[in-house]
Design a protein around this ligand. Structure first.
Ligand code: HEC
Length: 178
């Protein structure tokens, strides 16, 4: 086949002609692409402008963490919203472990003394971050799965809700149900 007929054949079959050498010319530039090479370290003395720095490597280390987020009305409100989205399915809408799946997964009552008095705020944050035995993680992706759906701050909002308003919400719901 002559050279010209080859070119004509390519023009008639555009699907087969997608990978010409010049098809990727625009992409191959001297710039550094995402995930390519070694990241340049941040200049010394740079500080993050958003977020809360955390230095915990595992759940055990979270026990003594101090909650940096004030339990304000706004924080509790946001915590309640997040609780309804992420936690209510297993722990029940008011934390009483009464959702249709609570007993199937073995979720515990978050309004009882064990959670309200015995567990520290740091440990609650650590449980949300790293997950527990059955409970999935919401701050790190682990080999078992889990997610990092909740930011550091959002996890503290959920802690504020559990420690400062969940019990009242459960009591109000119980009265309303009578
Ligand atoms: C898929 C179901 C499921 C979801 C969703 C879930 N949990 Fe749990 N959670 C459990 C189960 C089951 C346990 C008890 C067994 C265990 O520790 O894994 C538990 C235990 C806990 C404990 C007690 C930890 C301890 O030390 O005993 C806390 C606190 C808690 N969950 C909070 C939350 C919060 C807050 C959320 C939402 C961000 C949440 N859970 C979402 C299933 C779930």
């Amino acid at each position: 086949m002559k050279k010209t007929s080859l070119i004509f054949a390519a023009l008639l079959a555009p699907g087969a002609a997608l990978a010409w050498p010049w098809s990727t010319d625009m992409m191959n530039q001297p710039s550094i692409k995402p995930q390519e090479g070694v990241m340049t370290p941040f200049p010394s003395r740079s500080v993050p402008v958003t977020g809360i720095p955390t230095i915990v490597a595992n759940r055990e280390e979270t026990r003594g963490m101090v909650n940096p987020v004030d339990a304000s009305e706004a924080s509790i409100k946001q915590g309640r919203n997040l609780y309804m989205i992420y936690c209510a399915v297993c722990h029940g809408r008011t934390g009483k472990a009464d959702s249709p799946v609570s007993s199937k997964v073995g979720a515990i009552d978050l309004t009882d003394a064990y959670v309200q008095n015995d567990l520290s705020e740091g440990w609650l944050w650590g449980t949300i971050t790293f997950g527990s035995y059955v409970m999935p993680s919401y701050g790190v992706v682990t080999e078992e799965g889990g997610s990092n759906d909740l930011s550091v701050e959002e996890r503290w909002h959920v802690v504020n809700y559990i420690k400062h308003a969940l019990v009242e919400d459960a009591a109000a719901a119980a009265v309303a149900a009578k």
